[in-house]
Write a protein that binds this ligand. Structure first.
Ligand code: CAA
Length: 376
């Protein structure tokens, strides 16, 4: 087993790290106040970061999957907001078209998504269908050369900002999850109604909102895959998406560990740095060990994916473990900082707020356990 990154992957890490420090770090405060990082995404597009694993033929950078995961990881160390925007845009906003689209659909949409001219979003979750995604209620019925879609979606990451929405709706409710179909929906489609923005605990610069479809007319040529194939399209892309979210969680945990270690070396109590007091030293040791374990699970899943090996179980393991690590490490980081950690003067409270959602979106930790246990 090769546990070394290639030269190309190391270059990606350095490039994204430098970019995040120079361009994203100064914008954190604005994102914390709710500003969407449009300009940052534009610059990421110029650097080829909005289509890292997408084939060159469709305007992407055609780099290996691990390089893509490295990019999400590095971005998330500075801003988990930018990390999730990229992950959703690529893994579940663009990839469904790359893997399941017709040649025409790929030519029409993928180059714009891969260059960052368009932003992608994924509309699966509904008010009464979260973990039980197969129970969604949105309906699509064929009407000549269009589908008419009615229903509502919640917690749509990149909602309101996206140009392309991958929408899931049932074309045959009697068949349950086997009746679900997927559609490519453009933002100005008649009947696509942008709803309420959620005010979230963290990820303040990313937009998450409700959408509804009111007799939304989608051209029949925008059906993605075949009728009834939608649930499989959603699941197959989530398999990959979950590695991205795990990399985001890892980035948050690494940032918290670095901040806590730095502080513990400088903060003197009882005559010596708190890092040299076993209570804190052991805490840092446990945090670092979990971070390392998460890293190994993530890059192992990424490597399987790159080699085209089925990796749903490994992706779920990586997400389950990395998201738990993010929550635990950010909690411990606040403890290391003591009272200062509870203030907005230090970044650890932001890491703590950003970490929690990684245990919830793209499948809760309970869902990851279902996926893993079903495969054992
Ligand atoms: N790949 C391909 N096909 C798959 C699959 C996969 N990974 N998983 C399941 N399927 C297929 C099955 O093979 C089955 O088809 P067959 O009968 O033909 O074999 C069909 O789908 C139904 O499978 P299940 O009976 O296993 O489905 P289920 O209803 O029990 O649900 C589940 C399985 C894993 C719980 C699924 O509902 C799930 O993943 N739920 C969580 C939803 C989720 O992750 N939502 C995230 C929203 S997106 C998001 O969060 C983005 C963001 O903002 C960051």
């Amino acid at each position: 087993m090769n546990l070394r990154f290639t030269e190309e992957q190391e270059m990606m890490r350095k490039m994204v790290r430098d970019f995040a420090q120079a361009e994203i770090a100064p914008f954190i405060e604005k994102m914390e106040q709710g500003e969407f990082p449009r300009e940052i995404l534009r610059k990421m597009g110029e650097l080829g970061l909005m289509g890292i694993p997408i084939p060159e033929q469709y305007g992407g950078s055609e780099m290996d999957f691990t390089s893509y995961i490295i990019a999400i990881n590095e971005l998330s160390k500075v801003s988990a907001t930018v990390g999730v925007i990229l992950s959703v845009h690529t893994s579940v906003g663009t990839n469904p078209i790359v893997y399941f689209g017709t040649e025409e659909q790929k030519q029409k949409y993928v180059p714009k998504l891969a260059s960052g001219e368009y932003l992608g979003a994924f509309c699966l979750t509904e008010p009464s269908a979260g973990s039980d995604a197969g129970g969604l209620k949105s309906k699509a019925r064929k009407d000549g050369d269009h589908y008419i879609i009615n229903g509502s979606k919640v917690f749509i990451t990149n909602g309101g900002e996206a140009d392309i929405y991958i929408v899931f709706a049932s074309t045959n409710p009697e068949l349950g999850s086997k009746g679900i179909s997927a559609f490519i929906v453009e933002k100005d489609t008649p009947g696509l109604v942008i709803g309420k923005d959620e005010h979230k605990m963290g990820l303040h610069g990313s937009r998450t909102l409700q959408l509804s479809f009111e007799d939304m007319r989608v051209p029949a040529e925008n059906l993605l895959g075949e009728e009834g194939q939608g649930f499989k399209i959603a699941m197959a892309n989530l398999d990959v998406g979950r590695i991205g979210i795990a990399a985001q969680a890892l980035g948050i945990a690494e940032a918290a560990l670095e901040a806590a270690t730095g502080y513990a070396k400088e903060r003197v109590q009882f005559g010596k740095p708190i890092a040299a007091q076993q209570g804190i030293g052991f805490k840092l040791a446990d945090m670092a060990t979990s971070v390392e374990a998460a890293k190994l699970l993530i890059y192992r899943a990424a490597d399987l994916r790159q080699r085209g090996v089925k990796c749903g179980k490994e992706a779920s393991m990586a997400k389950l473990y990395a998201s738990r690590t993010a929550v635990e490490v950010t909690t411990d980081a606040i403890q290391v900082f003591g009272g200062y950690g509870y203030t907005e003067d230090y970044p650890v409270e932001r890491y703590f707020r950003d970490a929690k959602i990684t245990e919830i979106y793209e499948g809760t930790s309970e869902i990851q356990r279902i996926v893993i246990s079903k495969q054992l």
